[in-house]
Ligand binder design. Structure first.
Ligand code: SAM
Length: 225
């Protein structure tokens, strides 16, 4: 219903064609996607554009992949609207961690394997990842890493250096939930090499923890077979 009401749609690169097609046919569609090396518009420009369009009296739909408040910069965008006195509504989505867990057969928590789960970003800043490694390398905890493909080798190395066993199970899920989904599993010791060999491409999610073992029994979506 809300998608049909929008006069202007600002959409990201993770929004599929099928979802975009749910917006009104005559709505103006503006691509504002950001990829690693190619930011069409800077975040501040996106924020400013939303405010400008709303002030013109347009109903603006900001269409994002997954959940806007999980590594989606939704918080910053809504803060800008709030500061400008523009009314808004936030519709939650299914974040990639939940989607990948279900479609790869990897429960994020499990009474026997994991009592907590943390989501972090593996995005590299100046070639390194600024993460609380001690906090991550806890027993019975699942770690989900968004944007972790490029730094995968360093990520696995750091987790081992901070106390996780080399044979801790780990997986990379490429393009979860769509026919291009591929899943590579291994351990912290060999995951990076296996993923490089398989040639996985973003978007991918890294899942680390004993729960990855459950995939052997729980995998059901195998589009590439
Ligand atoms: C900028 S974050 C946006 C996350 C989004 N807000 C969410 O809740 O899923 C983009 C990252 O999400 C992850 N991602 C998004 N869609 C994915 C998918 N279908 N399969 C695997 N990872 C995905 C990847 O790590 C990707 O680099």
């Amino acid at each position: 219903r809300l998608m049909q009401q929008a006069d202007v749609v600002l959409y990201d690169n993770l929004v599929s064609k099928e979802v975009l097609e749910l917006t009104r046919r005559d709505a103006r569609r503006i691509y504002v996607g950001k990829q690693r090396a190619n930011h069409t518009l800077r975040q501040e420009q996106i924020n400013a554009l939303m405010v400008e369009l709303a002030k013109q009296g347009q109903r603006v739909l900001r269409l994002k992949g997954g959940d806007p408040y999980v590594f989606g910069r939704g918080g910053e965008e809504i803060e800008t609207l709030a500061a400008a006195g523009i009314r808004f509504e936030v519709v939650p989505g299914i974040t990639a961690a939940n989607a990948a867990a279900a479609y790869a057969g990897i429960p994020l928590t499990h009474r026997e394997h994991a009592h907590s789960c943390v989501f972090v970003t593996g995005h590299l800043k100046d070639g390194t990842m600024d993460l609380d490694w001690h906090g991550l390398a806890r027993p019975k905890q699942t770690i989900v890493i968004y944007m972790g493909l490029l730094g995968l080798e360093a990520l696995c190395r750091q987790l081992i250096a901070h106390g996780l066993a080399e044979d801790t199970p780990a997986a990379v899920v490429q393009q979860a939930t769509v026919p291009q989904q591929r899943v590579v599993t291994g351990t912290l010791r060999d995951l990076a090499a296996r993923v490089a060999e398989a040639g996985l491409r973003p978007p991918t999610l890294v899942i680390v923890g004993d729960v990855v073992r459950l995939r052997e029994k729980l995998a059901w979506y195998e589009p590439q077979r």
